[in-house]
Design a protein around this ligand. Structure first.
Ligand SMILES: *Cc1c(COP(=O)(O)O)cnc(C)c1O
Length: 376
């Protein structure tokens, strides 16, 4: 028997009491009983998103919210500025292309963070840009972008700022209203500790104006329809009832712990992970590391894919490898969602054992000891 340990940056483990809540009888959604739950969820979501604006829920994976942020905010002939520091930044350009929107790409070397000064320059050079698409935690590289600085630049223009916080929310600080983020996106299976299947989108009044005039094709992801239902604590289509029940439980957990404490916990686990990795003698890949996931450079001569596979098949620990151009070159350890100190220690212990098996000269326990030192 091997115990299953999920340490990927999505999906992430789901707390037991949330699983139990989702196992309850399915109730009908057009009822006072469900509407009461939804109302509570809507109020609590605002707190977790740190916004006074509505946060809409879709029954889709996170990419659905990304698509919604393009088809509702933009109109035919509009231009978008896309900050691309990895696979998820690139996805925005792909969605824009699917709808005939011209994307001006700000391409970063993978592993580096966006520079607000460059965003400012690109906005000046491209006055037709209606929306800037940025990523809080670029999960493919483990970089957290400086959204606060980027928001300063964008909010002083007519353009709106859309932030993909799908993996970052609850791990990396995001002050939606305070910083001037117009649209913040999230997914259920990352920091929100739920199974995959829900996507979230917050909408500022500035972005709502663009939604009102948007003429790109859409049906399921229509925000005008969502807005109409939202005021009545309803949804335009059948909501994912069991996931919403789980969400209700998860939001209670997050607010009970306190959002600042949740962020501090992630920062603590992330810091210990980075320090342990360095103690083993490995290098952090990201230049501006996120508190959701740590990406580690695979040492020269070592098979990165084999490391991830051995972790999963022999240690029972599911971590993530590199995506696209980073395949085999990095591995990623998540400290996201329902995780604590012992999860970090477990991941580091597993990495040490597998590195040793692969012939990498590592003194067993060095990384673990570093983490223990920081946790004690
Ligand atoms: C996971 C993730 C997505 C995509 O989410 P899906 O749920 O797979 O559609 C988008 N952006 C970021 C930053 C992510 O981490």
């Amino acid at each position: 028997m091997k115990k299953y340990r999920l340490m990927s940056p999505g999906p992430t483990p789901v707390p037991e009491k949330v699983l139990l809540r989702m196992a309850d009888t399915i109730i009908h959604h057009r009822t006072p009983r469900f509407r009461a739950v939804l109302k509570g969820v809507n109020d609590k979501l605002k707190k977790v998103f740190r916004t006074d604006n509505p946060v809409f829920i879709f029954a889709s994976s996170g990419t659905g919210a990304m698509e919604a942020s393009v088809v509702n905010v933009l109109s035919k002939g509009d231009k978008a500025l896309v900050i691309r520091g990895g696979k998820f930044g690139e996805r925005f350009t792909e969605i824009c292309q699917a709808y005939g929107i011209e994307a001006v790409n700000y391409d970063l070397t993978w592993g580096e963070a966006a520079d607000a000064v460059v965003v400012e320059k690109l906005l000046k050079e491209n006055p037709g840009v209606k929306a800037v698409y940025a990523t809080l935690c670029e999960t493919s590289t483990g970089v957290v972008n400086d959204i606060k600085e980027i928001a300063k630049v964008v909010s002083s223009t007519d353009a709106v700022l859309v932030v993909d916080a799908i993996s970052g929310l609850s791990a990396d600080d995001l002050r939606t209203d305070e910083w001037g983020v117009d649209v913040a996106l999230c997914g259920s299976q990352k920091g929100l500790m739920l199974p995959p299947g829900l996507a979230f989108l917050s909408l500022s009044p500035k972005a709502e104006k663009l939604v009102e005039r948007s003429d790109l094709p859409k049906y399921y992801f229509c925000l005008k329809a969502a807005m109409k239902s939202y005021g009545k604590d309803d949804t335009p289509w059948t909501p994912a009832v069991s996931l919403i029940m789980g969400l209700d439980a998860v939001l209670d957990m997050l607010l009970e712990e306190g959002l600042d404490n949740v962020l501090t916990r992630h920062a603590r686990l992330a810091h210990a992970t980075r320090e342990a990795v360095k103690a083993i003698g490995l290098e952090i890949f990201s230049r501006r590391p996120s508190n959701a996931v740590t990406s580690v450079r695979v040492p020269e001569g070592l098979d990165g894919a084999a490391l991830v596979k051995k972790m999963r098949d022999e240690q029972g620990v599911t971590i993530a490898g590199g995506q696209a151009a980073l395949k085999g070159r990095i591995f990623r350890l998540a400290h996201l969602g329902y995780m604590d100190e012992y999860d970090t220690i477990t991941a580091i212990a597993g990495v040490e054992m597998v590195l040793s098996q692969l012939g990498y000269g590592v003194e067993l326990g060095k990384g673990v000891a570093r983490a223990q030192e920081l946790f004690k």
